[in-house]
Write a protein that binds this ligand. Structure first.
Ligand code: TA6
Length: 296
């Protein structure tokens, strides 16, 4: 661990040079380098707050227990902030485990914990349920795996949503296509949350895109640049994926999105369980996550 207070971060590097950096604030991955450490795979705004003052604009924010604006009513999550409190809470670093597999390609797993007893009073008030989260980040030579384990530590059941708000770094959004979503129904938040079906094998981005693809049959979503596969995003026990690019106006309207033109160098492919609610009975556990493979 380096740094102190809210800006404490954990860094791990493989013998072959690949690296990952995670802030204790939000357990937010802010950097993942593959290719011997030469290729940064995550986009991070130049004005991202890294001091714990607000959710990080970039990297992989952890969204829990609600995705998007809280529901108006009928759910325990109604008075939570947008995307919940996990990404703006201080997590504990639980430890690191390294492993050498048969092919002597090493990997390192970093674990982080967040418990209802140590979230802010506001969060506790907004969502007074006893829970435990363990977030595991595993760096291997060409992949990063991030998995959230949710445990109901209380006496009553609760419902939640979760999502990994991954900002992938790309060279030029106009040359990006996203495959693996053909035929999938999606809610289009740019078109008044109307429902559509993905009729083209590739999703391309030529303007603001904010779509929630739900119940996706294929577990792998592939991001291509100029027709060459760049990332595989593999879901583990999560059925939904959000595709988001704010485009020019929205990017310019976010104070912590910088430089304004950087919307051409990022695309969010966010795996989650966001359609409906996951219900956990007392003592039950839910685990879901992703493996992102860098194909460069
Ligand atoms: O994941 C897409 C989205 O829900 C967009 O609607 C946009 O709000 C984005 O998340 C960023 O939200 P934030 O609260 O981080 O500004």
């Amino acid at each position: 661990i380096t740094g102190s207070g809210a800006s404490s971060k954990v860094t791990a590097t493989l013998p072959s040079g690949e690296s990952v950096e995670i802030l204790l604030y939000g357990a937010t991955v802010i950097s993942w380098k593959s290719n011997g450490g030469k290729t940064e795979n995550l986009w991070l705004s130049e004005k991202a707050a890294l001091d714990g003052s607000k959710a990080v604009r970039g990297g992989i924010p952890v969204v829990f227990p609600v995705f998007g604006p809280p529901p108006k009513s009928g759910h325990a999550t109604s008075s939570l902030p947008q995307h919940g409190f996990a990404r703006t809470s201080r997590w504990e670093f639980l430890g690191k485990a390294t492993s050498e597999d048969a092919l002597d390609s090493s990997s390192v797993k970093l674990d982080f914990g967040l418990y209802s007893s140590n979230v802010s009073p506001e969060a506790r008030k907004a969502w007074p349920l006893d829970f435990g989260l363990v977030y595991s980040v595993t760096l291997a030579k060409d992949s990063l795996q991030t998995v959230v384990n949710v445990r109901n530590e209380g006496e009553s059941s609760f419902e939640f949503q979760m999502l990994l708000h991954t900002y992938l770094k790309v060279k030029d959004i106009s040359k990006v296509s996203i495959n693996g979503l053909l035929g999938v129904e999606y809610v289009d938040k740019v078109l008044d949350a109307s429902t559509h079906k993905q009729s083209d094998p590739s999703v391309t981005i030529t303007g603001e895109v904010d779509r929630i693809y739900a119940s996706i049959p294929q577990t792998t979503t592939t991001v291509l640049e100029d027709g060459t596969p760049r990332f595989d995003v593999v879901r583990d026990n999560l059925q939904d994926t959000v595709v988001w690019n704010p485009w020019k106006e929205k990017a310019a309207s976010m104070a912590d999105f910088s430089p304004d033109g950087a919307f051409t160098e990022m695309v969010c492919v966010e795996v989650g369980a966001v359609k409906g609610w996951q219900k956990l009975e007392k003592g039950e556990v839910f685990e879901g996550g992703q493996t992102i493979k860098s194909l460069l």
